[in-house]
Design a protein around this ligand. Structure first.
Ligand SMILES: Cc1ncc(COP(=O)(O)O)c(C=O)c1O
Length: 429
């Protein structure tokens, strides 16, 4: 394999738009399994995974073989022309992972596009305009998704007027705003939502409530199960659609196939992307046949969504997760990682909190444990030192104060141990 040794791609990237933010500006050559190689030949244990995208690591033999076979066979009739085998198969497999009734799948290309589609679906089907989302949420970059995103001002500044009839309610970020008191967080968030529905927007004008079961970009704050049940309760009471954004938290990331499962809720609409095709562009909106039918033929569409090559990769991903027991692996490795990271709390006051489920874990850095003032600089410094020592990690949170741990779903015990060793060294400086 040509590994492009020592090629500095950043120096040759004059024609790449500077608009894109980057966690790092390294030049990557190739990836094998859980290692990513730069063009100077250095290997990194990749716990960034393109932000939870390459959930089976790089060049996964089964995914790669499926892609090669499909490229040779048929690269792409579009939806409008008819059906292709991998697209039909993945829809059926995806429906089988969902609660009963959520069996109708619309494939699109990105997480943002799935969110925008879900907003259109909810508006058209309910005949209502308003959308309620939550403070700190990240739903993407298209104009609809931007309108319900509040994890950072930079995602919104200069784009007003955004979508009208969007309302933001309080998210129960238990550690950040409620000092670890989950009950108080849930009560406060639901009280705020009820207040919104009583004083600001009439319930029968609300099309959808959109929520991440684990807030991602916002700081890896899991939504308490009782909060999600509270949302479902209000949705049932007022005929509002519950749209769950599983773009980052789904696909086995939390040890369940879908993060909402831990709360026992059944959403009306689920948005899926990122890990679905291990890196190829693919996303999906999943709902009931009744809702999808009510949306209306031709009410929405796509040219590339459901591309057969991306779907062939998707079939291989889902078969691998199921046949190799990767949900159980995510749970078990997640517990080891969580335990190892929590042990560090004793010696490191700069860590305020370690939280998460499965392989979606956040380590929050603070200037002071009692005030919980976010310390993004400390988190970024640790990430840089870990990278220099061969471990790729990413930050999240409004002040970049949280280090997110999103290893591949098939991460091994020795890799978990290696990552903890490197991280501990990076903390020491
Ligand atoms: C929860 C969530 N929703 C939506 C998106 C947007 O997805 P995409 O970048 O594929 O448009 C992201 C991306 O990070 C996300 O984390």
């Amino acid at each position: 394999m040509d590994t492009n040794k020592s090629l500095d791609l950043a120096a040759q990237a004059a024609n790449i738009s500077p608009i894109l933010g980057r966690y790092m500006d390294k030049s990557w050559s190739h990836g094998i399994g859980h290692r990513l190689y730069d063009t100077a030949g250095n290997a990194y244990l990749d716990f960034a995974n393109g932000i939870a995208v390459t959930a089976l690591g790089h060049a996964h033999p089964r995914v790669t073989a499926a892609v090669h076979a499909q490229v040779d066979r048929l690269m792409g009739p579009v939806h409008a022309i008819g059906f292709s085998e991998p697209t039909v198969k993945l829809a059926s497999m995806l429906a089988d992972t969902m609660p009963e009734g959520l069996d109708s799948v619309l494939f699109l290309n990105s997480g943002s596009e799935a969110i925008d589609g879900a907003i259109k679906l909810a508006r058209r089907v309910t005949g209502r305009a308003a959308i309620i989302a939550f403070r700190g949420a990240f739903h993407g970059r298209t104009i609809g998704a931007t309108s319900i995103t509040t994890s950072s001002l930079n995602y919104r500044m200069g784009y007003e007027p955004l979508l009208p009839s969007v309302y933001t309610s309080v998210f129960p970020a238990v550690y950040r705003y409620y000092a670890g008191d989950e009950e108080r967080a849930i009560a406060d968030a639901l009280k705020h939502l009820d207040g919104l529905l009583m004083t600001t927007v009439a319930p029968d004008e609300v099309a959808a409530i959109v929520v991440e079961p684990v807030q991602g970009e916002g700081g890896y704050y899991p939504a308490p199960p009782a909060f999600l049940r509270g949302l479902q309760d209000r949705c049932h009471r007022f005929g509002i659609m519950l749209v769950v954004d599983e773009v980052q938290s789904g696909y086995g990331r939390t040890g369940d196939m879908w993060a909402f499962e831990a709360s026992g809720i059944v959403p009306d609409v689920v948005c899926v992307a990122k890990a679905i095709a291990n890196g190829l562009p693919l996303s999906a909106i999943v709902s009931t046949k009744e809702i999808m039918t009510a949306w209306g033929k031709g009410a929405h569409g796509t040219t590339y969504g459901g591309n057969p090559v991306a779907c062939a990769a998707g079939v291989a991903v889902l078969e691998t997760i199921q046949e190799e027991g990767l949900l159980a692996n995510a749970k078990a490795r997640g517990l080891e990682l969580l335990g190892g990271l929590r042990e560090l709390l004793a010696d490191h006051d700069e860590i305020g909190d370690v939280r998460g489920r499965g392989l979606m874990i956040g380590v929050e850095f603070v200037k002071d444990r009692s005030t919980r003032t976010p310390d993004g600089q400390a988190a970024e410094a640790v990430i840089a030192r870990a990278r220099d020592a061969g471990l790729l990690l990413l930050s999240c949170g409004t002040a970049h104060q949280v280090i997110r741990w999103i290893p591949p779903l098939d991460v091994t015990v020795p890799e978990v141990e290696e990552s903890l060793r490197i991280f501990e060294g990076a903390l020491r400086g």
